[in-house]
Design a protein around this ligand. Structure first.
Ligand code: 5GP
Length: 253
C-alpha cells in the first residue's frame, strides 16, 4: 500500500488520512496500556479483535438509528471512518459500581446503581483524563448546554443497546467509555459516536461466573487478555474465521 499520511497516533490506534476528503483510516494496534500508559504490553491479535468488535457494535448502533463515524471495515486491522471534530470528553456510562467510582465512593464492586449514571472526563493524557462536572464543560466551552444534553441522551441510548446485546450472550455491561464527534453540516454540528467500542473501553463480566472479560484482565493481571476478548467475540459471533491459536494459545493471524 502507498505511504499514507499519519494524522494521529494514540495508545491503541493510529489514524491515517483517508482516500476521500472527510474520511480517515483507523488502524487498530496490538498495544495495550493501563494506568495512563504506566503499564504497557503487546497483546498479539488484540487489534484484529477490536477492529471486528468495534465494527459489530457501530453497525448495530447504526441499525437502531444511532449515528456513528463508521463507514466500512477495510481489512483485518483497519476501518474507514468519517473525519469528525472530537468532543474533548470521555463519556462514561455506569450500570454497576466498579473502577474509579467504586474507589472514590467506597462502594462494593458490582453493586447495582439506582439508575445508569453518565459522567465525563476531560480528554487530556498529561492530566490523566480528570473527572469533570457539567459546569466545567459549559464554562470552558468544550460543549454547549444543548449539545451536552444531547450527549447524555445519546450515551444512554448506546447503553440500552449495548446492555441488551451483551445480556443476550450472558455478559453484564458494568460500565463503558465512549467518545463523540461533531460532523458539521451547514454550520450545524451533528453528533456521532466516534473512536471505538471494544472490551478495551468496557467492563464486561460473565453473568454466571463473574469472570472479567475486558481490559481489567490486563490491568489486574487476571490471565490472558486475548482469551477474554476472543470469548467476547465468539459469544457475539464475530470471531474472524482466520484468527486461530497456535499450540501455546497465542493468537496468530
Ligand atoms: P473508570 O473510571 O472506572 O476507570 O472507567 C470507567 C469505564 O471507562 C471502564 O469501562 C474503562 O474501561 C473505561 N475508560 C475510562 N477511561 C478510559 C481510557 O482512557 N481508555 C479506555 N480505553 N477506556 C477508559
Amino acid at each position: 500500500m502507498a505511504r499514507r499520511k499519519k494524522i494521529y497516533e494514540g495508545k491503541a490506534k493510529i489514524l491515517y488520512e483517508g482516500p476521500e476528503p472527510g474520511t480517515l483510516v483507523q488502524y487498530f494496534k496490538d498495544d495495550a496500556t493501563a494506568f495512563n500508559a504506566q503499564k504497557k504490553a503487546v497483546i498479539e491479535g488484540k487489534g484484529v479483535l477490536n477492529n471486528r468488535l468495534s465494527e459489530f457494535f457501530m453497525l448495530g448502533l447504526q441499525g437502531v438509528g444511532i449515528p456513528t463515524h463508521f463507514i466500512k471495515r477495510l481489512n483485518m486491522r483497519e476501518q474507514l471512518v468519517r473525519q469528525v471534530e472530537i468532543v474533548p470528553l470521555e463519556v462514561i456510562v455506569r450500570n454497576f459500581a466498579a473502577g474509579s467510582m467504586a474507589k472514590r465512593l467506597g462502594l462494593e464492586e458490582g453493586m447495582p446503581l439506582p439508575r445508569p449514571i453518565v459522567e465525563f472526563s476531560y480528554k487530556n493524557d498529561a492530566l490523566g483524563d480528570p473527572l469533570v462536572p457539567e459546569e466545567y464543560i459549559i464554562a470552558f466551552g468544550w460543549a454547549q448546554q444543548q449539545e451536552l444534553d444531547d450527549i447524555v441522551a445519546l450515551a444512554l441510548r448506546v447503553n440500552d443497546f449495548l446492555s441488551g446485546v451483551f445480556h443476550g450472550v450472558g455478559i453484564r455491561l458494568i460500565d463503558f467509555k465512549i467518545e463523540m464527534g461533531r460532523i458539521w453540516e451547514n454550520d450545524f454540528p451533528r453528533l456521532v459516536i466516534a473512536d471505538e467500542i471494544s472490551p478495551d473501553s468496557c467492563r464486561l463480566w460473565d453473568i454466571e461466573t463473574g469472570r472479567k472479560l475486558d481490559k481489567d484482565v490486563f490491568r489486574q493481571d487476571l490471565g490472558s487478555l486475548s482469551d477474554a476478548y476472543t470469548e467476547v467475540a465468539r459469544r457475539l459471533g464475530v470471531l474472524p474465521s482466520n484468527v486461530t491459536h497456535n499450540a501455546n494459545g497465542t493468537m496468530i493471524n
